[in-house]
Design a protein around this ligand. Structure first.
Ligand code: GCO
Ligand code: MG
Length: 402
């Protein structure tokens, strides 16, 4: 099976997605996700101008060789744009391999090792009672694991707990929104929030929380300690991960499990965190982490260190990228849980995934390949629109991590 051509689609059915179609001499087309929220055109240019022209005529079965060629051959290694572009092609190659062999991708990755991948979803509210109501509604849908994010008293709006029904991104044509952040207000409130939530929801559901990289290590240590009585499944992105050693201090002070890595691109972003056992869960996803080829190796490195995989699965990863994560989660022994926000109905008029959520678990379905159909005509009706994630500043105007 040889690669004969490609098409890159950048569309906005509900939100922006970059989709790669890889054509072959078999007539089969492989699909990959290259969506990098807010930086979509950078990946498009990388694919169209640099990476895809090197692929014409290549063996589409040679996933490992493609990965090494694209990673090593570029000279300029790593980084989210490069690795998302490599990831898009890698996913399309796994999709093709499954399609031509007539098996779902999870079979190529080692086969099923659980009945389904436990999913967690997002719950948010402008007040604790509203948040608890949203959590109960998600429990009624079957979710066993819930990420709780709440507006912080005294702050106008906090990412993750939007006032509007839409989570993000910004309005069309708008520049990045600036939110005001105050760590002291947040740290005072978060334990109270989880105290009330645990009391209202009982001991059964797994509760998760995302601090979105806004804390210093000592602040994260204090938060982890304060949340211990409420038995979180994890505290996510407590501190930015550029300095892996930062997590040593957090780890020394708390038994709250720690998750990190949704913005990471390669094993070199996370290897010290894994081998020092400073975190419990790796949040890297196939889309942004260089594809399934790369993620399998990270999982293999993490396994002996008792670190488990928990792929990022927001609505800004397309159903193709999410499907790849679900296949991976089903076939990887040390995969623990999968984020599942779902996608807006508009998105699902363009992407038709075979995966299903049922009674708390996700299954990828038995379609050959990744099991997602992409309707190019429907996609063309939704042109790309520039949109940004919000940014954050402290009350005195200092730029902050969001
Ligand atoms: C999560 C994430 C997302 C990201 C988004 C950025 O844990 O789901 O933090 O909500 O903010 O994917 O593009
Ligand atoms: Mg997150």
């Amino acid at each position: 099976m040889r690669i004969t051509g490609w098409r890159v689609h950048l569309n906005s059915p509900g939100r922006n997605f970059l989709t790669l179609e890889l054509e072959t001499d078999t007539g089969l087309v492989g699909l990959g996700d290259g969506t990098l929220n807010g930086r979509e055109h950078a990946v498009r240019a990388y694919l169209e101008e640099h990476l895809l022209p090197c692929l014409e005529g290549r063996d589409a079965f040679a996933t490992e060789d493609f990965w090494q060629y694209a990673y090593r051959g570029a000279y300029w290694r790593r980084g989210p744009v490069t690795m998302t572009a490599i990831g898009a092609v890698d996913l399309a190659l796994w999709d093709l391999k499954g399609k031509v062999l007539g098996v779902p991708v999870y079979q190529l990755l080692g086969g099923r090792c659980r009945q389904g991948v436990m999913a967690y979803t997002h719950c948010h509210g402008q007040s604790v009672p509203a948040l608890i109501e949203s959590a109960k509604a998600k429990q009624a849908e079957g979710f066993r694991a819930l990420r709780l994010q709440c507006a912080v008293p005294g702050l106008d709006e906090v990412y993750g707990a939007p006032k509007a029904a839409v989570y993000e991104p910004a309005e069309e044509g708008a520049l990045p929104k600036e939110e005001i952040w105050d760590t002291a207000k947040y740290l005072d409130f978060a334990p109270e929030l989880f105290g009330q939530a645990r009391a209202a929801l009982g001991s059964t559901p797994h509760l998760l929380h995302d601090a979105h990289h806004r804390l210093t290590p000592i602040e994260a240590a204090r938060l982890g300690q304060a949340l211990e009585p409420y038995r979180l499944f994890w505290l996510e992105d407590a501190v930015t991960g550029e300095l892996q050693e930062a997590f040593r201090l957090v780890r020394q002070h708390t038994t709250t499990p720690l998750a990190l890595g949704e913005v990471f691109s390669t094993v070199f972003d996370i290897h010290q965190l894994i081998t020092n056992q400073w975190i419990d869960y790796v949040r890297m996803a196939p889309t942004h982490g260089g594809g399934l080829t790369a993620l399998r190796k990270i999982a293999a490195l993490a396994e002996p260190y008792h670190v488990r995989m928990a792929c990022h699965g927001p609505s800004d990863i397309s159903p193709i990228g999410l499907a790849a994560a679900i296949h991976f989660g089903l076939a990887t022994h040390n995969a623990a849980i999968q984020e599942f926000m779902g996608h807006p109905p508009e998105t699902l008029t363009v992407f038709k995934p075979a995966y299903r959520f049922d009674n708390g678990y996700l299954n990828p379905g038995e379609e050959p390949g990744l099991g997602v159909a992409f309707d190019t005509k429907a996609a063309a009706a939704h042109p790309y629109r520039r949109a940004y994630l919000p940014t954050a500043r402290l009350e005195d105007g200092t730029a902050w991590s969001w």
